[in-house]
Design a protein around this ligand. Structure first.
Ligand code: SAH
Length: 185
């Protein structure tokens, strides 16, 4: 995480606070996750080099950059066109390899590229995203905050076998909501 210049991912007005452990607005009522949360989710994913990872909620692109820096191949999906475009340009400029960005409703995942060794959702879901579980490789992990709009618990779902999943529950967080459909700019 120290190797990623977080100030690149923030609007000018917030640049000087980029290295504080805080979330900041990135436009369209969305936020860049606080570094603690990025570290927490990345750790639960147990990222290995060359892992194929699906991220739902590109936002600023920061979490995707951290995963790429860890050696993963990242497929990241965003439902807000403006944020998708900004992150695509920024990640391209930074020259980070191994990140592909998609403008879609992430609720459907990316079936054409499944299975994924790891899946991370960076928006708070009111229910367990069953469609995403189907796109996990056997032995893979899905890390997703699930709860109501005020508070979510972090879940890690592991696909043990074709139809067998293990669920673990971790700490409380407050994410921006996981929404359906796309928002064109
Ligand atoms: N990982 C981001 C955090 C962004 S906040 C970062 O590092 O900056 C969560 C993002 O999830 C928002 O940009 C929001 O628009 C997006 N989002 C919410 N529901 C979504 C969905 N169904 N599909 C794709 N993106 C979604």
């Amino acid at each position: 995480m120290l190797a990623i210049p977080r100030h690149f991912f923030l609007e000018k007005a917030f640049e000087e606070w980029a290295y504080q452990d805080k979330a900041f607005p990135i436009g369209n009522q969305q936020t860049i996750s606080q570094p603690f949360t990025v570290a927490y989710q990345s750790q639960l994913l147990k990222v290995k080099k060359r892992d194929k990872i699906l991220e739902i909620g590109t936002g600023s692109g920061y979490q995707a950059a951290v995963l790429a820096m860890m050696g993963a191949r990242v497929y990241t999906v965003e439902r807000q066109e403006l944020l998708h475009q900004r992150a695509t340009i920024l990640l391209g400029k930074m020259g980070l390899k191994g990140i592909r960005t998609y403008f879609r409703d992430g609720g459907n995942g990316l079936p054409e590229f499944a299975p994924f060794e790891k899946i991370i959702v960076t928006a708070g879901s009111t229910e367990m995203p069953e469609e995403l579980k189907k796109q996990l490789a056997i032995g893979g992990h899905l890390v997703v905050p699930v709860g109501d709009d005020q508070s979510q618990r972090m879940y890690r779902v592991t696909r043990i076998a074709e139809t067998e999943f293990k669920e673990e529950v971790f700490d409380h967080f407050r994410f921006v909501p996981f929404l359906k459909g796309v928002n064109k700019s």
